[in-house]
Design a protein around this ligand. Structure first.
Ligand SMILES: C[S@@+](CC[C@H](N)C(=O)[O-])C[C@H]1O[C@@H](n2cnc3c(N)ncnc32)[C@H](O)[C@@H]1O
Length: 532
């Protein structure tokens, strides 16, 4: 054992040690809170009801940790359990609490059977010969024994806060024998899930009840089985930092391909009660939007996410008026994964915005607000709703929608287009703002505005007029809201705004934009499956 893995002296100390946030962070795990473990047990009980008359059954958990999922089980249910975990401290608690109650615990005895790095020998579920521990084999091969796999595997999704980081393992798991036998190797959780169906769920009455972010089904399509029943839980109550959605789904062994799932959401309220929170429909995504977009014609200047220059690319090809980027399905970190700049983001998912295509692609940028602001406070959306290109182009003829997104994107703060002179001496003008004779201003002149839109525009014009009177204003530049905030709406040494009128106008405009977005844009983003 290493210095940082000092061994607590009693089972009680161990349990405290394991539930300590710092320890959890070190181990890279988030244990299931008791209310959710109890709720999930309803699914296990439904699966037990399906066990054919005369059959035995086992409830297997390959990654039981210290046994949170087993805590609320009856002695009868426990007597069917086969439990395994890899972390030595967890194993000690597991054995202490459940060793004499369960059908099998792996390994069955001994203090000595652990590896020096704090892992239990032979308990790495991803390194078992043919995916199955020898102790489990007899049950799996018994035609009269139903297998119910019930687990909350570790996962390490991109951008996920729940990164599996047991020392040395993060880089190793892709080398494990089970990983090698699985098709999708992007995430340790997906390997657990694929291997469940590959090695454990084989008879018609077998069941897999699994906690996981929904990406494995939604984007990776790693499971095509019939969903019997499912829950959506709030991962905040697993001591995660954010309100993100984590599913607990009961899959049968029956093959079935679906494009949407309906699950029951459950939150935990301030008084510590579990509360039903309605049904949520989760839809599959198929096409990443970046794959649909033109990656030539990107501006030669590369900008940081704050809009300012980071470097110049030697390549002189392409002179788009701006660029956007949309990483993967933008479901977990829209602040970094989706955006709009004057220059090239430098990412492989950068796409060019030209004077020919800007009206068609700005709706993609408009989706950012929903993904980065609205869903971030809502576990029913965060890590559940994705950006998709499944109906790419379907919005191109909806001129009213195009106008709304255009108007919104040329005014909102996250349009990080700037006017600036780059280090190569070239002048880059912000063309996607309503100032002087920009491309956007010329486009705007073609549209009729409703009273709400006119109100936003009047406020914008008033704000711009004030900005033009300041000493910070550069008459060569064209300005959007972001550049006014950064370069004109400054504070003095006492942190007071130098131009309170400008500051107030900015705040008022943001309020109008927010209401406009909610009323005129969000629904259409879903209709066109930009949000899905
Ligand atoms: C998300 S926790 C769940 C623990 C517990 N079942 C619960 O729900 O609170 C995932 C568990 O998997 C264990 N684990 C990680 N990698 C493993 C592996 N390769 N084999 C077996 N267990 C593993 C971790 O130590 C951790 O306890």
């Amino acid at each position: 054992m290493t210095e940082s893995r000092k061994r607590p002296s009693s089972a009680e100390d161990l349990a405290v040690f394991l539930n300590n946030k710092l320890t959890q962070k070190k181990l890279g795990v988030f244990y299931t809170p008791p209310l959710y473990a109890k709720k999930a047990l309803e699914l296990v009980r439904e699966a037990i009801k399906q066990v054919p008359e005369g059959n035995d059954y086992v409830i297997i958990d390959r990654c039981a940790g210290s046994g949170n999922l087993q805590e609320a089980m009856t002695d009868e249910e426990l007597s069917h359990c086969i439990l395994n975990t890899y972390e030595y401290f967890e194993y000690l608690v597991l054995r202490e609490n459940f060793g004499d109650k369960v059908r099998e615990i792996i390994p069955p005895t001994t203090d000595d059977d652990y590896e020096p790095v704090g892992k239990v020998k032979g308990s790495n579920a991803l390194n078992w010969q043919d995916g199955v521990h020898p102790v489990m084999r007899q049950y799996l091969d018994d035609p009269k024994c139903t297998v119910i796999l019930f687990e909350n595997p570790p996962y390490s999704g991109i951008g996920s806060s729940d990164v599996f980081s047991m020392k040395g393992e993060k880089s190793n798991w892709s080398q494990f024998s089970v990983t090698k036998l699985c098709d999708i190797k992007t995430d340790i959780g997906i390997v657990f899930i694929q291997s469940a169906f590959k090695f454990f769920i084989r008879k018609p009455s077998d069941a897999y009840i699994v906690f996981s972010p929904i990406k494995y089904w939604k984007a990776d399509h790693a499971v095509n089985k019939k969903l019997v029943r499912g829950f959506l839980f709030n991962k905040k109550h697993f001591h995660a930092t954010e309100h993100t959605g984590v599913t607990c789904l009961y899959w049968s062994s029956e093959d079935h391909t679906a494009d949407e799932l309906t699950v029951e959401a459950y939150d935990i309220d301030a008084s510590g009660q579990i509360v039903a929170d309605g049904d949520v429909v989760i839809k599959r995504v198929h096409i990443k939007i970046a794959d649909k977009l033109d990656k030539t014609n990107l501006p030669t200047v590369v900008c940081n996410f704050n809009g300012y220059e980071s470097k110049i690319l030697g390549d002189e090809s392409g002179q788009g008026i701006a660029s956007g980027w949309a990483n993967a399905y933008v479901y977990s970190n829209a602040r970094l994964d989706l955006g709009l700049l004057r220059g090239n983001s430098g990412k492989t998912t950068a796409f060019s915005i030209t004077k020919e295509n800007f009206m068609h692609v700005l709706p993609i940028i408009a989706a950012k607000e929903f993904l980065s602001a609205n869903v971030r406070r809502d576990y029913k959306g965060y890590e559940v709703i994705y950006l998709s290109g499944d109906r790419f182009g379907s919005w191109f003829n909806d001129l009213e929608f195009l106008k709304r997104c255009f108007l919104y994107c040329c005014l909102f703060y996250h349009n990080k287009n700037l006017s600036f002179v780059a280090s190569d001496g070239r002048f880059y003008r912000n063309e996607l703002c309503f100032d002087k004779e920009t491309i956007a201003s010329k486009e705007l002149a073609k549209h009729t505005l409703n009273p709400k839109e006119q109100e936003m525009l009047n406020l914008w014009n008033a704000l711009l007029k004030k900005a033009k009177k300041t000493k910070e204003y550069n008459p060569r530049f064209t300005y959007g809201l972001y550049q006014i905030e950064k370069e004109i709406n400054l504070r003095d040494d006492d942190k007071e705004y130098i131009y309170p009128d400008i500051h107030n106008d900015i705040q008022a405009l943001k309020v109008l934009l927010k209401a406009y977005y909610a009323k005129y844009i969000v629904k259409k983003l879903f209709d066109y499956e930009l949000l899905k």
